[in-house]
Write a protein of this length. Structure first.
Length: 165
């Protein structure tokens, strides 16, 4: 993997475009598990074909522990991310999306956890300032713990299945 100077891991980086690039870099390196916390998925390129292709490849190639996403609001997902909805339908056994309880909505950052030792952490959702870390299990551990707390604060598991007669 070629990393440009501005995108060197373990440094604070600025910019929406860089945030999208860092998101795709992390998703491309996933082997076993992805955990995503984001208020609504409107930043990071989740609606793009590139992210779809990376997530699809991850699921097809044996992402054994799958993908878990925790959101505050599902509107953007259902209105702008049809490819993710397709993945939710096709891989419902390994892709789960949850909504947080009202009191958990105070969390206004976003992060992606890849396997045990890589992450991307956007410090506040309204500011394109973030850090991403590769191959540092001890640095990723607090975010894994926080993700579990946010997951425990969910009230609803979203379904992309079509219901009808």
């Amino acid at each position: 993997m070629v990393v440009t100077y501005e995108m060197a891991p373990n440094k604070i980086v600025f910019g929406e475009r860089n945030f999208e690039e860092a998101t795709t870099l992390l998703l491309a390196g996933a082997k076993q598990e992805l955990k995503i916390f984001d208020p609504d998925l409107s930043r990071g390129g989740y609606q793009s074909k590139k992210v779809y292709d990376l997530l699809h490849a991850f699921l097809v190639n044996g992402g054994l522990k799958g993908i878990t996403i925790v959101l505050h609001d599902e509107k953007y997902l259902f209105s702008h991310c049809p490819r993710l909805i397709t993945l939710m339908q096709r891989y419902s056994h390994v892709m789960n999306v949850y909504l947080t309880n009202e009191w958990a909505k105070v969390a206004q950052d976003a992060f992606v956890l890849v396997d045990d030792a890589a992450y991307l952490h956007r410090f506040h959702i309204d500011h394109p300032r973030f850090k991403y870390v590769l191959d540092d299990m001890s640095a990723a551990k607090p975010l894994h713990e926080r993700f579990e707390q946010l997951l425990a604060a969910t009230s609803l598991k979203l379904s992309a299945d079509k219901v009808g007669l």
